[in-house]
Write a protein of this length. Sequence first.
Length: 198
Amino acid sequence: MLAVAIALAGCSGSTKNDAAARKTTTTVGKGNIALQVSVAGVESAGQPASVPDAVKAAISQAVDTYVQSATVHPMRTGKPAADIGALFAAPAVARLATDLPAFIDTGLPAATGPVTAKTATVVLTGLAQQDSSVVLVDAGLNLDVGAKTKGGVESVHRTADLVFANDNGTWKITSYDVHVTRAVPGDATSTTTAVSAR
């Protein structure tokens, strides 16, 4: 969670949620690629803080929308990924055209069976300011999915730190660190990385 770690460098008196809060896991989405979302804690420059339920829900839904649009849909159908631009704040959108190959899985052969997940987890880590209000949340995504195609088994393994901030009332991605490895029948396994400015 690099972006959060960098931001914390100037903070003092950081605190984390208690162990019970860290272990709470919520299932978001439906079907074979439902995400398991947990909160690791909040680093606070002031009093102890927690990620509000509404913020957790908003970010969890945004990550689920991203996964379904960018990975599950193109793997299932063989069609292009849906537009994910609305999930990003303006500075990140400006880089998205360049970094899009790391984010979406367009161009994969259509699945002949269900898309299933070995791993589909999101770990949220918050950053709070002196008044204990959470201003940044790092969503650590670990997604490892696969499907059978006419040519064999394809798979996508993506790890990402997606850093969210409140953008005019909507929690959007402001920076990111994404790594994806794709294995497609008949092609060499490929790895793509995208890291935004912080």
